[in-house]
Design a protein around this ligand. Sequence first.
Ligand code: C2O
Length: 543
Amino acid sequence: AKEQQHEFVIQETAVKRLCNGGMSIVTANGQFPGPTVEVSEGDSLVVNVVNNATYNVTIHWHGVRQMRTGWSDGPEFVTQCPIRPGQSYTYRFTVTGQEGTLWWHAHSSWLRATVYGALLIRPRDGVPYPFDFAAETVPILLGEWWDMNPIDVIRAATRTGAAPNVSDALTVNGQPGDLYSCSSSQDTTVFPVKSGETNLLRFINAALNTELFVSLAGHAMTVVGADASYTKPYNTSVLVLGPGQTTDVLVTFDQPPGRYYLAARAYASAQGVPFDNTTTTAIFDYGAGDGTTSPAMPTLPAYNDTATVTAFTTSLRNLHSIGLPSVVDEDLFFTVGVGLFNCSKGQSCGGPNNTRFAASINNVSFVLPSTVSILQAHYDGGANAGVFTTDFPANPPVQFDYTAQNVSRGLWQPVPGTKLYNLKYGAVVQVVLQGTNIFAGENHPIHIHGYDFYILAEGFGNFDAATDTAKFNLDDPPMRNTVGVPVNGWAVIRFVADNPGVWLMHCHLDVHITWGLAMAFLVKDGVGELQSLGAPPPDLPIC
Ligand code: C2O
């Protein structure tokens, strides 16, 4: 195992996309998307982040287990204070027990719209991949582009409580592709391939707010991994990725030599909720011919094709048999959904019917502290008592038909708070994630920091322990760090609380985390609080 060192200089960089004459975006090292980080399993990473931009920044290593290295996890005000302009901070952690594709992104306001990149984890020397391929393409990062500073987009929405503007384009490796106006074919991402060769393709959904269907014209795809965990090979013509999720795929380029579009478009699970309904493209090019004929276009499912989403997610199986126990220590039931705050006097309320948008888990709308990080407050004990409480409810405070369209909001007025749930070190934790339909039912990509989890089952309607427990896959459940909770449905996840620290769980639609669809787990180490986590690094930013 090696130590890999990197420096990310966060800076403002001029770019031109779509018909906009040019604008300045925040980047790492002037690259958009940012630099690819490659490690072998077992390596340590040391990444010095220097903030030369005019915005606060933190970097999160999405999906990295961060075993006892919580100070390097990155979510702003959860495990650290922001790196202010002119400051720097060095993240140090080891990547163990995970192979495949993860990514990194800013975890401060909406900065991750432009500050993100791939994190590739190869097997250590001498360890084979569980599948064969001749080569791999560069990682495929699917993103979202605003013709405006994304920080300004969310600031404007937060002022009034309204929904933020939807994006102006979807992107592949930072480029909208040639179906958009003013986006020429020279600006379209091209992946050169060799006829007859099987390639490993690593897909990352780095979009802020858009679940995606992805398809490659004329070619079958075989899924072999997701979220840096191997799966049994699964053949499909369309991939489904929620924000935060990754999927590793094998493709054999066995078609007549030519050019083929890779295309991605929104899966919009919610009715009547505005979304980016455009299509982004890149081109897979066999290098034959003069490139004058237009590439073949794949067929993508309709924006509301929930059946295709279910078929995909329920087909993913762990490569290995796990044999999970049927008994758990913590049996939690969390509702996840979007709701509305009533308008109070003197507030600006731009949401529907004079409200402000809110989102919550078990009716608690998460509020970040601003003077100290939660992890620091916990580590310090007494002095910062009161920054958070540990009374996050294990169950919803009110039970009702969660997926009915006609729930009264009075029953379900979200309560703002910085509430954590205590987990005993080593506890087997099961969480039923139940979607609600208070404002609109929607698919929520729920992500946990510091853990991977098994997905035992998913379904539509209200979770019913009496009948749905029988559907649990305890044999070969896929392991992920982000699960799509089906629209007006539920998903059940399982993990062992073996990583001491403060770990954020949230919807990876950035608009929802902004509205409070988050909570955090506090895992003590059974020895003595967080002592085994070690003292905060000397360069940890203070607020
Ligand atoms: Cu990829 Cu808390 O995020």
